[in-house]
Design a protein around this ligand. Structure first.
Ligand code: SF4
Length: 373
């Protein structure tokens, strides 16, 4: 980072191994929002000098909500027993194809497909599904399967992680989402989702996938009683991996939505992170992750005006129109938009809207040339 007003030279690269550097970085959260936003915005301008804010039209398809992991923060999953009683679902390949047809009819260019870790779903269903999608909709980008789902396939198949990823790639998987990162410190992971994969396991999936020449995103769900130092550790873990592989296209952070979760039942006085906390955390993410090209504003878990402010605090992307979203909706997130509204909000925030692909190719936007980026 050139001439940072807030950070000493070299502190970001020292941060993970040096406890004092990490504490120093955590003190960024004590700075006022304007200082953080100013620095984050300068980095955004350096990376995206033409004031273009991108977005995608795609659909979030959750192929099953049945999951054995039972994360305390998740309002989406159902047990296999609940599924047997009719409260839970697994989509057939035909049902998924139908949803993609609807997506294409609405102008969607990709799907984000994730699901629970269903005890009965393994490689056969998954590769058959991906192959069928690629065969029927070769123009649709398939962005699917977070690291926890991939480890589930490793466990079910007896194959190595690399073998599973190679098979998924051969079936037609094009990129993977960074979901399930939550907070990448084992202390928080043990506290909120003890049965889920470790920090190292999340990183290993990403590193192996990137080593196959493939791309993914990175995420962070925060505001679940973790410390600021843990948020910094999460960001530094992602930064360090990106320095090795260059495989992350974007970083997306959002605030934990507590409604209908066992976490809220166990912590009835829990208070959701504020919009200011979201904005400061996102600006800090832009500052720490200056080696990741794109940062998304989370309008799904924040009021649109907060997302609009985030565009002046480091974000250069408004994420997805998301024709369907089930996971955070179950946990109380309630914001929706249309493509026309999103474009208008981007313009009113002082930027040029551009429709993009899953891998941030802007050729979907008429009148925008590659030099504009
Ligand atoms: S967050 Fe994912 S892994 Fe955890 S219970 Fe929900 S569906 Fe399962």
């Amino acid at each position: 980072m050139a001439n940072s007003a807030l950070l000493e030279d070299g502190i970001l690269d020292a941060g993970l191994e040096d406890a004092e550097a990490k504490r120093e970085l955590a003190r960024l959260f004590d700075r006022n929002f304007i200082d953080l936003a100013t620095e984050a915005d300068a980095i955004r301008r350096e990376l995206h000098p033409n004031d273009i804010v991108t977005y995608i039209v795609d659909r979030n398809i959750n192929y099953t909500n049945v999951c054995w992991v039972a994360c305390s923060f998740c309002a989406f999953y159902r047990t296999k027993r609940q599924e047997q009683k009719g409260d839970g679902y697994t989509l057939s390949i035909e049902q998924v194809l139908q949803k993609i047809q609807e997506t294409v009819d609405l102008g969607g260019t990709g799907i984000l497909m994730q699901g629970g870790l269903h005890p009965d779903i393994g490689m056969e269903y998954t590769t058959d599904l991906i192959r069928a999608i690629r065969r029927e909709f070769p123009q649709v980008h398939v962005h699917a399967l977070s690291p926890a789902e991939i480890w589930h396939l490793v466990d079910k198949s007896g194959l190595s992680l690399e073998e599973v990823l190679r098979e998924l790639k051969a079936a037609g998987l094009m990129s993977i989402p960074g979901g399930g990162a939550e907070i990448l410190t084992d202390e928080t992971r043990r506290r909120i989702s003890p049965a889920k994969n470790s920090t190292q396991a999340w990183m290993e999936v990403m590193e192996t996938w990137h080593s196959l020449g493939m791309k993914s995103t990175a995420t962070m769900m925060f505001g679940i009683d973790e410390s600021y130092e843990e948020r910094i550790e999460h960001l530094l873990n992602v930064r360090k991996l990106q320095a090795r592989t260059g495989g992350f296209t974007a970083f997306i952070d959002w605030v934990f939505q507590p409604d209908n979760t066992t976490y809220l039942k166990k912590h009835p006085d829990f208070k959701k992170a504020s919009s200011l906390d979201y904005l400061k955390t996102t600006a800090i993410a832009r500052i720490v992750l200056d080696n990741i090209p794109n940062i998304q504003a989370s309008w799904v878990t924040q009021p649109m005006k907060t997302a609009s402010i985030a565009l002046h605090a480091g974000c250069n992307d408004m994420g997805s129109i998301m024709i369907e979203e089930n996971v955070v909706k179950e946990a109380g997130a309630e914001y929706h938009t249309t493509e026309a509204e999103l474009r208008s909000i981007i313009e009113r925030s002082g930027f040029r809207p551009a429709k993009r692909s899953t891998l941030y190719d802007r050729s979907f936007e008429p009148g925008i040339s590659p030099e504009d980026f």
